[in-house]
Design a protein around this ligand. Structure first.
Ligand code: AMP
Ligand code: ZN
Length: 469
């Protein structure tokens, strides 16, 4: 089967060819997905790159490849500003909350895993290396770059001189001159060029960081970009096949990774670079200052499952910018429920090969999930296909889509999601809104209305739950 990928490195859609071919084994795909910085809870926007990576993983497995997937956990070195200034996000969160850095990173790593599980991503098939557990590899790579003349020292760290790497900025054709002109406020005036970046940062004199290590240059911690170059090489070799992340990583983070990996070892880091578009919430960027982040746990509170969210994600192409609204999610949820209800109690018939081929072909065409879903709906409406055969075909396609349709139908997953009627869930939303407005008169009335209908609504610190009485 041919798989086409839109390669951001070349700007073209290309037929995938793996680096590793084995005469006596299946082909292999080695993929690296830039992972989360675990200093706060991941919001629904953060879920998109991993659902996208999961689709790639499932597609390649379906096409008969062995897949090795790595998602790094950034637990040190990501500074508040991507331009290497400001505090380390993890150290800052530790100071603010009075917790240990390790407590913070463990907590948010575990919440991240919970989200992945909810989204039906099998974490047992992914390698999750942590930056703090691969310090020696990062130091070694900086030494390699130093040997080859790419580095220089300032009072606060070891930096990469981007003018020494002639291809700098090749991903997404980033214009360094433009970067220079755009960089009006240059915080670190010891940097030779605005696009130069830290490989190793020194702990500030007189300040003891919680996470710091000895190095040939002095006590400190790795820059944010070096972990991805070092860990991708360690776990996947160089070059490996596919590197992914959110679109925000193209300009700085991924161009820096390329500069480090190619600079150090003189060969490509990865052959295909794919990026997912951003998710906005009600037309706005998700940001701390706007306080508009929505978490998967919030969706549950309004009766939407993480799988409805996954369904909603699949209705747009991964590369597009999409706007999340509650209304949009509710219509995806309605469609997903309709899909589930079509096959409740159905027996599995025979797979319809024509429809399956069309669906798989669409997903194999740079993950065109919206069209794949459209084909599924036309199959369901096709009177020449029995319900049983449509069900068998859907379950086969679901091996790639990952909506966990069979378990949802059986009620194994999200039992409450199926049992609480929409009318009650809507009352729950109104109840919550009234409470937020501190309109307790209305919230009490809605609560009574819910009880009269045979359900109980209970308040929790982080929201509310509805159960059948
Ligand atoms: P971070 O923890 O900030 O390094 O982000 C983890 C991943 O989530 C990266 O691949 C980001 O590009 C991606 N990401 C962050 N915010 C969004 C968003 N609003 N929509 C889609 N992807 C995002
Ligand atoms: Zn990365």
């Amino acid at each position: 089967m041919k798989i086409y990928l839109q390669n951001n490195l070349t700007g073209k859609k290309e037929v995938f060819k793996p680096v590793h071919r084995h005469f006596f084994r299946k082909n292999e795909v080695r993929m690296y997905n830039c992972g989360p910085t675990v200093y706060s809870q991941s919001h629904i926007g953060h879920a998109r790159p991993y659902v996208f990576a999961d689709l790639l993983h499932r597609l390649f497995r379906y096409a008969g490849y062995l897949v090795t997937q790595v998602v790094n956990i950034t637990d040190v070195g990501h500074l508040v500003s991507d331009a290497d200034s400001g505090e380390d996000k993890v150290e800052k969160a530790a100071k603010e909350t009075g917790q240990k850095a390790k407590e913070i990173t463990e907590k948010y790593t575990s919440l991240f895993f919970d989200d992945l599980k909810e989204l039906n991503i099998d974490i047992s098939k992914i390698i999750f290396p942590r930056a703090t557990e691969n310090i020696a590899e990062q130091i070694q790579m900086v030494q390699e770059l130093e040997k080859k003349g790419f580095t220089y020292k300032t009072s606060d760290g070891i930096y990469y001189d981007t003018t020494k790497f002639s291809d700098y900025g090749k991903l997404g054709k980033v214009n360094i001159v433009g970067l220079k002109e755009g960089a009006r406020v240059e915080i670190n005036d010891e940097k030779k060029n605005p696009s130069d970046f830290a490989l190793w940062k020194f702990s500030k004199p007189g300040e003891k960081r919680e996470q710091e290590w000895d190095s040939p240059w002095g006590i400190g911690f790795p820059g944010w970009h070096i972990e991805c170059s070092a860990m991708s090489k360690k776990y996947l070799g160089q070059p490996f096949d596919i590197h992914t992340g959110g679109i925000d990583h193209v300009q700085i983070h991924h161009n820096n990774e390329i500069a480090q990996s190619e600079g150090a070892y003189g060969k490509a880091q990865a052959n295909y670079w794919l990026h997912c578009g951003f998710i906005l919430i009600n037309g706005q960027k998700i940001s701390k200052s706007l306080n508009n982040a929505i978490y998967l746990s919030d969706l549950k509170k309004i009766g939407m499952s993480a799988l409805s969210y996954r369904y909603w994600l699949l209705t747009s192409h991964y590369s597009t910018l999409v706007n999340f609204t509650e209304e949009a999610l509710r219509s995806a949820d309605t469609a997903f429920r309709r899909l589930i209800s079509k096959f409740t109690g159905a027996q599995k018939g025979k797979i319809n090969r024509d429809y399956l081929a069309k669906i798989v072909e669409k997903i194999g065409d740079d993950l065109n999930t919206p069209e794949a879903i459209a084909i599924i709906w036309s199959m369901i409406k096709d009177e020449n296909i029995t319900r049983e055969d449509a069900y068998a075909t859907l379950l086969e396609a679901d091996k790639i889509l990952g909506l966990d349709i069979e378990n949802t139908i059986k009620g194994i997953r999200e039992a409450s999601f199926r049992q609480i009627p929409r009318e009650i869930l809507d009352l729950g939303v109104k109840y919550n809104e009234a409470k937020r407005r501190k309109d307790y008169n209305s919230s009490d009335k809605i609560r009574q209305n819910i009880i009269d209908k045979g359900y109980r609504i209970s308040d929790y610190k982080d929201g509310y739950r509805i159960e059948k009485i």
